[in-house]
Design a protein around this ligand. Sequence first.
Ligand code: NAD
Ligand code: UDP
Length: 338
Amino acid sequence: MQTSVHSRNYSSHIHQARKRILVAGGAGFLGSHLCEVLLEAGHEVICLDNFSTGLTRNIARLNHSDAFNIVAHDIVLPIELEVDEIYNLACPASPPQYQSDPIHTMKTCVIGSLNLLELAARTGARILQASTSEVYGDPHVHPQVESYWGNVNPFGPRSCYDEGKRCAETLFFDFHKTHHVEIKVVRIFNTYGPRMRPDDGRVVSNFVVQALTGQDITIYGDGSQTRSFCFVDDLIDGLIRMMASSASLTGPVNLGNPREFTIGELAEQVIGLTGSRSKIIHRPLPADDPRQRRPDITLAIRELGWRPNVELASGLMQTIDHFNRLFTRTAPDLAGAI
Ligand code: NAD
Ligand code: UDP
């Protein structure tokens, strides 16, 4: 197995005993990095994916390992496997992607989580849910603490994802109470890095691709809305620490970078780091776009000894390198997808 193209600095926190680990959504952006790190730690990894937003090229390098298996499957359908741990990352995360088939997004969040929880109950596997900062909606509490119940529109364009993920959390906690399943719920805040798709639609990949290809940089609204951007390596370290934490820690635990930027500041950073001559244009703000978002990570620091280490400029440079290599290796028209 080849190593990753960008350097990683993971904690020695990774489990020692070899386990059989299911990564649902393993061909996606986060899932493929997680599969890679788990394999490097000596585990057997089953990557389950319906390839709706995931890509075979994300996991192509892992296929050389005997300890890596790919199962093409949609979690909306039940599955029978023997596993020790389950990471549920299966769900499109980009607003344009999860809104393109909102009913399937809701089914993925609810029926998909139910199927994986039933698998966990039957096998005794510990199961981690990739929940999201979207459960806080357009938050009235800032920064967001885990005890905040959120401000979510139940029938807007983002609802299939926000309410789906909220319902999934409910299912996780009810399986824990009713069937004593060992659950781990993390709420992930905006995470970016290599292996995002050029046509993903989220802000970091959009801006980087636009900057590298000389297209206009599309700020939605006036750019004063904020997000807090976490680099993928930091996030994966947090997921692994959470899975390895004591059984009593169910979460929810926020995982994200507490440095907050306006979208306008992000655009300026991307232009500066790429040396691009792209100009900034403004497009209408999508409905229900959250005004601000920043995690309170006190709980993650205390319970997991976790905090992000990668500064935005450094993470953006690694992401820019990724897209540069992708466009050089394939064809510049790949970039035309956004
Ligand atoms: P992604 O779209 O790159 O990955 C999702 C993966 O799940 C893809 O490989 C996709 O093909 C697969 N998938 C989708 N629906 C499926 C289904 N029904 N059955 C099987 N596979 C399915 O997104 P990502 O950024 O890697 O996000 C991974 C997880 O983390 C998601 O659950 C997302 O909600 C959560 N999350 C991500 C972020 C972030 O900023 N990246 C933030 C909050 C939460
Ligand atoms: N955004 C933007 N231009 C883009 C894509 C997104 O200005 O090309 C904005 C979007 O309106 C939001 C922020 O960037 O305010 C983050 O969007 P993203 O889709 O990455 O994540 P989410 O809204 O789910 O946090």
